[in-house]
Design a protein around this ligand. Structure first.
Ligand code: PMV
Length: 341
């Protein structure tokens, strides 16, 4: 080795899917294409210190705390990606990582976390290989992040991001994500709020790994995968024309379908809580009465992502969230983020 030690750092945001990835094949190949918004403020910041040598070891610190379990997960991940980074097991790592958003808030820290690690690894790789092609580097970061956590591969780009092969998006791939073409997006979708209501901050009862696995025996799975493809075709027109009504309908349907799949798994499981349903009903009432574009999506958890455009007069929406929705959260918890590109 030419280098004996090196420090690299990276910051990566989380993302929230509009068309959901749920179900996969071997080695993190998605069963259907997905598209997400990359967040702005909810990020993971990671510093990796690498000491070249024959012994491989990983020590991780999460917000300053030594995290043995996390270290084991990373060790396994590094072994898994050795074929793509041949130097990776030849040294010792100290990985310090922190999230800018609350732990177990239901905002995907695995997406931002693996995104940040993949970026750090490609920075290290640069020292070994000298490869500087930016486009290739981002694609490989996305590819490596995918092998850590599928949805993480979408966090490497800003704006709307597609992962999974679909005829609707040129050059889309199952192996890494790509940016959805900006020219095909109406301006109303380029400045959007995502306020996450923290309904339940505890540990999830079923992990997403187990959830994906249960799609293998779900009798509705094939229809669902097909529907995700159909929804891509619909979304393409919606994004181009600025059809807000169509967008709301599609995004909420996707969120409810994700949770319907969980309920139709064997064994069945439910990640929504009473508060989740209360919030959904209140949003629907609000929309029926005011006609204003406030809607929701859900991740694999109880928390509700409130979506509404920024480029409109949205005081009434914000006031409604404050007076009617935030009181339904566990501790008055809300994380405010925005997608701007
Ligand atoms: O990246 P994973 O394996 O944790 O899967 C998460 C999948 C969802 O967040 C539920 C949906 C998505 O597309 O992000």
């Amino acid at each position: 080795f030419q280098i004996s030690s090196q420090v690299v750092s990276a910051s990566c945001p989380s993302n929230i899917a509009l068309i959901k990835y749920w179900g996969k094949y071997d080695n993190q190949i998605p069963a259907n294409p997905s598209i997400s918004y990359t967040l702005s403020h909810c990020r993971t910041n990671t510093v990796i210190e690498f000491f070249a040598g024959e012994d491989f070891s990983v020590q991780t610190f999460l917000a300053g705390n030594d995290e043995q379990k996390f270290a084991e997960k990373i060790e396994k991940y590094f072994k898994n990606i050795e074929q793509y980074l041949p130097w990776i097991l030849k040294g010792k790592y100290i990985i310090k990582t922190e999230n800018t958003f609350p732990h177990s808030s239901g905002i995907a820290s695995s997406a931002s976390g693996f995104g940040a690690i993949a970026k750090c690894l490609m920075n290290l790789d640069n020292f070994f290989t000298g490869v500087t092609d930016e486009d290739f580097k981002t694609k490989k970061e996305s590819f490596l992040a995918r092998l850590g956590s599928g949805s993480a591969c979408r966090s490497l780009y800003e704006g709307l991001v597609v992962w999974g092969k679909t005829d609707e998006v040129a050059e889309s791939s199952d192996l890494y994500a790509i940016q959805y073409p900006n020219v095909d997006i109406h301006p109303i979708f380029k400045n959007f709020n995502d306020w996450v209501l923290l309904i339940h901050e505890g540990q999830k009862s079923v992990s997403s790994t187990v959830g994906h696995g249960l799609m293998n025996t779900n009798p509705y799975a094939e229809r669902r995968f097909q529907e995700a493809h159909e929804n891509f075709a619909k979304l393409k027109t919606i994004l181009l024309t600025g059809d807000m009504e169509g967008f709301i309908k599609l995004v909420e349907h996707e969120a409810l379908t994700l949770h319907a799949m969980m309920m139709m798994s064997d064994p069945a499981f439910i990640l929504m809580k009473t508060g989740t349903l209360e919030v959904i009903n209140k949003i629907w009432d609000f929309r029926r009465i005011t006609g204003l574009p406030l809607f929701f999506t859900l991740d694999a958890g109880a928390n509700v992502h409130l979506l509404f455009p920024n480029d409109i007069d949205n005081d009434r929406i914000k006031d409604f969230i404050k007076t009617e929705l935030i009181p339904l959260t566990q501790k008055g918890g809300v994380v405010k983020d925005v997608m701007r590109f």
